[in-house]
Each structure stands twice: as C-alpha cells, then as structure tokens.
Ligand binder design. Sequence first.
Ligand SMILES: N[C@@H](CC(=O)O)C(=O)NCC(=O)O
Length: 681
Amino acid sequence: TLFSNKKKKRKKICYIFFIVVNEFCERFSYYGMRAVLVLYFRYFLLWDDDLATSIYHAFVALCYLTPILGAIIADSWLGKFKTIIYLSIVYAIGQVTMAISTIHDITDANRDGTPDNFTFHIALSMLGLILIALGTGGIKPCVAAFGGDQFQEHQSRQLNTFFSVFYLCINAGSLLSTLITPLKSVASTLMVFIAGSGMYVKTDPEGNIMWSVCKCIGFAIKNRFRHRSSSYPKREHWMDWANEKYDKLLIAQIKMVLKVLFLYIPLPMFWTLFDQKGSRWTLQATTMSGDFVSILISTVNPILILTLVPIMDRLIFPLIQKCGLNFSPLKRMTVGMLFAAMAFVSAALVQIEIDKTLPNFPSSSESQLKVVNTYSTTLNVTISPNEHLLIESFGSSADYVTFDHQDITVSLNTNPVITKAFSLIKGGRQTLIIPSDPTVMYLKEDVKSKPREGKNAIRFVNGYTADLNITNLDSIEPSATTNYTLVNQGKRDFVLRHGEQWCEFSRKFGFGASYTFLIPSTVFSDDCESITEVEDMKPNSVHMALQIPQYFLITTGEVMFSVTGLQFSYSQAPKNMKSVLQAGWLCTNAVGNIIVLIVAELGKLPKQWAEYLLFASLLVAVSIIFSIMAYFYTYIDPAEIEAQVRKEQGLEPEEMEKETLEMEEKDEDQKNEQGVKQTKI
Ligand SMILES: N[C@@H](CC(=O)O)C(=O)NCC(=O)O
C-alpha cells in the first residue's frame, strides 16, 4: 500500500507538472506579446497615445471576457482537455496573424520602410488580437479548473498549494516573456499540454450546463412571479420556485454558484486599481529619475509575486493561523483590497513629490513664452504691454512668461528699435529666437509635456555663419533652429561639422529634461567650448525607487486577493460548474479594465494625486461593503451538499460510494489502456 501510495503521489506530481508548465508557457506568450503591443500601436500603426491605450485596455478586457465562452464550451460540449487543445490552436493562429501583420514589406511596394496600406495591417492585427483573446481567455478558466480537477476532495491543502504554484508559474512566465519570442512558446504550450494527455483526470462535459442553468433560473423567476400573491406560502430561497420542473441537484448547484457570483459584484474595483499599474503608474515613472525604468516597470510585479507567494504561504499565513486567528479566504481578499488602496495612497504621495518638481505648464487658455538671444550684444526685450526682459548675448530669459492672451508685440532696444507682432499658441509653450539678424526673429514651438520614457528633448540654434551638420541631425542653416530630438540618459557625443572643420561636443543627460543648445559663431575656433545650453525643462529629480513601496503594496494585495480568489472560486463551485465559476472570477477583471477605460475616456481630475486618492477611497469603501457581504457568506463543501441532495433524492450513500469507486476504476483502466497503446506505438 505504501509503495502504491508513493507511486500515485509521484504520478500526481507529474500531471501537475504538465499543467503548470503549460500555464508558464501560455503566460510567457501572452505577456511577451502584451509588453510590445502599445509600442506596436504607437510606432507601427502610428496611433496616438489615447487610441493606443484604449485599444490595449479593450484587448485586455476582451481577454477576460472570453473565459465565459471557454467555460461554456468546456462544461457543455468539449470538456476542459479538448477545449484547451482546440482553443490553443486558435491562439497560435492569432499569434501568427499578429506576427504577419507586423511585416511592413507586405504592403510596402516602394520599399520606403513605411507600409502603404495601413488598413490591411490594422485589419490583420485586430483579427489576430481577437483570435488571441479567444484563445488565451477561452483556455484560462479551463486550465485552472483542470488543474484543480487532478485533486480529490480531501486534498484541500494540496489544492491550495497547487493554486499558489500555478500563480508562481504565471508570473515566472510573465517575467521571462521578454527573452524568448511568444510564437515559439504557444507551440510549446500545446506540446507540453498534449504530452501529459494520457495521465490527466479528465471530467466529461455534462451536457449544455449553461443552457440548463439559464432555463432553470428563468423558470424560477417566472414561477415566482406567477405565484406572487401572499396566499402562496413563501419558499426558503427564490430558486426553490424551480422545484416544480427542475432537478433538486441542479437547483442546489445553481444556488451555490449564484451565492459566489453575488459576492463577486464588488471585486472589479480591485482590478480597476491593479490594472492602472500598466498605464498611470508607467506614465508616473516617466516623470521620475533613475536608470531602471523599463526593468522596474515590466518586472517588479512578477519578481515580487515570485518572492511573496512562498513567504505568504509558508510563513505569514501559517503564523497567523498559529496565533489562533481565522484568516479565512474572504478576509484575505478584503485585506488584499486594503493593500491595493494603500498602494494608491503611496502613489498619491509620490505624485505630490513629483508635482513639486514639475514645470508650471500653461492651461488651455494660457500661452507661455521664453526668449533666446543669439544676437551679438545684451538686449532689452519689451513684450507688450508690460513685460521687460534683459537678456545677455547667447543667453535666455530666466523662465517662461505666461500670458492670458495670444497677440503680443515684441520690441528690441536695437538701433533702430525693432518691433514685431506675434500670435502665440493657446495652451502652448514657445521660444522667441532672436538670431544674429534680429529683424528676422521668429517663434519656435517647445515641448509642453515631459519627454516620454525618461528621454531628453534637445535642439540646436545655429548662430554660426554657415550651414552646420550635427551627428544624426539634418543640416541646419544659419540662424535656424532644429526640431527636437529625443536622446537617452547618460553621456552623449555630438560632432559638429562644416566642410573640413569639425569639433566634438559632449553632454551628460539625466531624465525627462529639455534643452536648447546655442551654437555661437566661434564654435570651431574654441573647439565647441562656447556652446551654451538653455534649460527649457528641468530633468526629473524624484527617484523611481520611490515607486517601489506602491509596487510592493499592490503585489502584496494581489497575492492576498488574486491567488486566494482563484482558490476560492474553485473550491466553492460544484463539480460540473468549476470552469463557469473560474470564468465569473476572470470576468471581474474584465469589468475592472472596462472601468479603467471609462475613467480614461471621462478624463482625469485636474490633479493626478487627487485621482489616486479618489481610487484609494473608492476601494476602501468597496472593501467595507465586501467585508459585510463576506461576513454573511457561509463556506460550503459543494461535494457534501451534492451528496446530501442525492441522499434526499433516495440515492443511498453506499450506492454513491460504489458509483465513485466504479468511476475511479474506469478511469484507472482507461489510463492503463492508453499507457499500453502508447507503449505499443
Ligand atoms: N501578476 C500578474 C502578472 C504580471 O502582471 O506580470 C498576474 O499574475 N496576473 C494573473 C494572470 O493570470 O495573468
């Protein structure tokens, strides 16, 4: 017996291995593709930020809505195993379609590096994304539930460990996803999963369960309405009004599912906050300094998950239990929500620090102007009606001057006085460039937001008497100003050239600054030493390490909320509705993403920190409601309830046991048979 138990245990570990490795590969593919999706929209399809972000969130929402479809297919028709196989094929086709959509040569007839037919690429990529959403979402509730199915009812501790390991694999996949191409991993997902085929415990689909559930609920409502008069005796539960027509077991199962689904109503709010780490928090990082931007953004969450899940499972939760506290799943989820709210308070505090260092950008009705003087002497600049600036040669006004009107007149104290009228851009920032010939002074538009991804925006004003060539820039005419170029943080070298003459100019950059470099006529004679710099926007000064507490808090919240929610959804579902409840759980994520979309569309509060605090307060309010709902929830053992109903229906426990034994034997035979077949092959 001991030997056979050990053998069984080893076999189980083997099945679980295939399932978790499958999840690892799938998440690897999903996150690998998701990481570059916004960049693809922005730089290949040339969509603006808003459209790219909206389509991205819509795609994520779709990925979490399709689980319902997957669950229906699995529970009513194909069973979980086949659903995973078939939808993985759809998934792979989606990735291939998506990959093809990124080959610009397909429509780039003139080979200029830009696709000629954007509609074709957009249509193909949208088709690819829909197939991917169908694949990834469709298999998601099945894989988790399929993993859970490998355990027996008395193995609840092992089941919890399985879900923790499952979550670890999700995050290991997400962490490594940037290293290997997603396409390979979809293929390997399928191969790994099929490799374990002969060993799994496969539960058969039980007919069109969703349809039966809907019909049963519909009948209960109709029947209740028909018997609304007080002369009819009340029933314990409104679903009991289906007793006349439907099986008691089905009604009991629906009651269990509805009870959990009702509890899910407040949960999307958690995901609304959680999913903003990929949008608002990423934007926040671009206004901060530190040289681990991309690493921090894309890997801090999975790294923390990989560390926190074992710590929580092995240390914190057992410790709490030892202290005699009942830290039930629903309590954990409530605490998880509070952690997410604290993360947003932390984000608000960081934002307040950042705001102190941000430039004072113009409002939509204001205009801002700075003056740069490349004339040979100091100038007295008067901007009507009453702005007087004294600007040195190859210098600039100290900061931007803000106007609440657009039409201005500029006078220079040259001899004779030069006066010129300008119309400023509403809501814009501009620089008035005074060249060596001040009569041709002109306006140049400036950046009015922090350069993206911590880069620096730089431009040059040519005060030299002839055309100049500067590394990586087009040639600049005398007195002209280049457009902004984005440069990364760190030391950068530029070579300035005119015919045979050249000099090298080096500059060390921080994060998120903007500069105008003024090139004087003496540039070659003093070896680029005389180039002066005007700081249009200060570099970011709040360090990105300050974001770590908010990532830590949200990830702690995720471990408590998400891992527990996954386990809870499995354990509280009747056997034939495990995937359906997993799909319901995943839907809370979809609704959360839709809320982010709506909030983004409705626009933000004027202050970002206030928006963070608003979200934190909303989540605290929601977690209070959830804790009250959780207080009234009684944990159930679905198998026990089902057994009780069966017993009430006259099916004796011995018969049931016999039935179970027979089923187990059948399963074992089936597996042996497959094993023999495989050996023969
Ligand atoms: N922590 C996330 C992964 C990530 O954002 O990198 C996670 O575990 N999500 C759950 C999922 O199923 O992907």
